[in-house]
Design a protein around this ligand. Structure first.
Ligand SMILES: N[C@@H](CCC(=O)N[C@@H](CS)C(=O)NCC(=O)O)C(=O)O
Length: 222
């Protein structure tokens, strides 16, 4: 039997984008080597293989430079890994319309929803922040509706949209670090999202690559 083609993942601690790639690899049971990147002094390996964005995560499939497959951008990596291995949950639905919907909402979660939450998180108290919080809450309500009747966004198992939305599972610790007094995702407003993030974070494969609250706090407050 031939040796499996090695997979390396360049990533950084505390990066929700890196988490997405790792979660996909772990859910699909793909063995990989994790290479911790120092983003203040990027490695030659990262700069050579991701000259466009120079960002992590970056997946390198194969170790022969002439025949290496390079995949950049967290959600693109998730899709690559989804078709890479038959084991684990499918990550994307087989039905083309359901698959298109997963991609649509994954982009929404990754882009519009995360951006407003991030602004609300780091903007000082005042009129501007209130506007961001209001917008963030509308986006969260749209995400809450996507969970109706489902355990995960992907149905019975974790899929692309769960992974795209996984930043929501980190929100409580980021709110703690940012000194936010009233969480933007409260049980009484978003019961499905609160249940979902608990289930996502306690999934056996996911929890192995999700930093703990203490590790995150120590990272932000060294
Ligand atoms: N759209 C990218 C974003 C990745 C990203 O922003 N990565 C950060 C770490 S969390 C990074 O590499 N930053 C280094 C830089 O911007 O120079 C993705 O989804 O992979």
């Amino acid at each position: 039997m031939s040796e499996p083609v090695p997979v390396r993942l360049l990533g950084s601690f505390g990066s929700p984008f890196t988490h997405r790639a790792e979660a996909a690899l772990r859910l699909k049971g793909v063995p990989y080597e994790f290479i911790q990147e120092d983003l203040r002094s990027k490695s030659e390996l990262l700069l050579r293989h991701n000259p466009v964005h120079k960002k992590v995560p970056l997946l390198l499939h194969g170790d022969d430079d002439d025949d290496i497959r390079v995949v950049a951008e967290s959600l693109v990596i998730v899709e690559y890994v989804a078709w890479f291995s038959l084991s684990g949950p499918p990550l994307l639905p087989a039905d083309p319309l359901a698959r298109a919907a997963s991609r649509f909402w994954a982009q929404f979660a990754s882009d519009k929803c995360s951006r407003t939450l991030f602004k609300a998180l780091w903007t000082p108290e005042g009129e501007t922040r209130r506007g961001f919080v209001e917008e963030a809450k509308k986006n969260l309500a749209l995400m809450e509706a996507q969970l109706e009747g489902r355990r995960f966004f992907g149905g019975d198992s974790i899929g692309l949209l769960d992974i795209a939305a996984s930043g929501l599972a980190w929100l409580p610790v980021l709110e703690e670090v940012a000194g936010v007094e009233t969480s933007m995702i409260r049980e009484e407003d978003y019961p499905a999202l609160c249940r979902w993030r608990g289930e996502y974070a306690s999934d056996e494969a996911v929890m192995k690559c999700l930093p703990s609250r203490d590790e995150m706090v120590a990272y932000y407050w060294p």
